[in-house]
Design a protein around this ligand. Sequence first.
Ligand code: GDP
Length: 375
Amino acid sequence: MNKPTKSALNVMLGIDQPSQINEEAVRKLRSGRHKTLSVEEFVRGIREGNRTILSKAITLVESSLHQHQQKAQEIIAECLKIRQSLAIGVSGQLPASSIRIGITGVPGVGKSTFIEALGKYLTGSGHKLAVLAIDPSSSRSKGSILGDKTRMEELATDPNAFIRPSPSAGSLGGVARKTRETIILCETAGFDVIMVETVGVGQSEIAVHSMVDFFLLLMLAGAGDELQGIKRGIIEMADAIFINKADGDNIEKAGLAKTEYSNALHLFPLPESGWIPVVETCSAKTREGIFTVWDTIQDFCAYTTSKGYFTHRRMDQDRQVLIETIEESLKSSFYNRKEISHELKRLEVEVISGKISPYLAAKELLDRYFGNRDS
Ligand code: GDP
């Protein structure tokens, strides 16, 4: 055999490359550990307070995939059954095994510092706390609420706290639905205090108010505009207003703001609950006044439970969700029907040109929709 010549055409032996296959994944596949959980396994895991399974269930709730949605609905239905069965024997009323607290305020008011302070106090006294968020801006800003890992550092590592950032996509209505369902999952997992955080920008407060028992508004003293761009409607919804950052040089100003807000609230009609909103000062930083917040919430629960309002509000919220869901489904079924959108365009032109009245045009479309449905 000829001695190999030095040539560029010679094939050099390569060196061993690491495997492209993830051995761990293969092992998991072979052992069946990758398999998706059944509804029963999900429900059992959630009831046992398994946080990994709870997180996975929330991911299903947040998913827009049809099969995920279906499974999520089955899990939620089971969780609701569990809650119902716990209620048997308690005079037909659901026991208020949890308290749902909505927290709002402009960015920078100290919401996350406050939640951390109150949260640590609660977990330290034996409560289990879940913190959720509704953030309509998150799809644009990539999660301004709870998205930043540096927020609530102490709570994030607390075994009795569970923090879930806002679902990052979708309409406010969609995000609100997901948050409502997440609340049910968290309660089934044994979390007895649920906090839902939102930024003080308007619509999202209304959504949060519609899913909580107690609505807390955090405000700042002397921040220029007395109402800090927070709409009157939001102040009216509050069960308590706490002026945060009442520390250092700010204590006096916070006291003045407290008087101003108390006076302003007197001008509003008494809310349906009969509860007179509390106005107080606190400092999330020094944790001064944080106990007062919890005392206020406890007083609120005792008062509204004795009046029957606590259960009434939850029932009313569920009824509202039922109606909204029907309305949304009808709307999307109507507008997604091909011949309807086609006819709508034609009728729009006729309405604009005055050939047909808007009422007749609407009737024509609705008749067509319901007529088609019956056939
Ligand atoms: P968020 O945007 O409403 O969640 O506000 P943060 O909790 O992130 O707080 C915004 C800033 O205000 C941070 O620098 C906090 O350290 C500070 N802060 C929060 N609460 C207090 C407080 O009670 N007193 C003082 N002095 N600063 C606070």
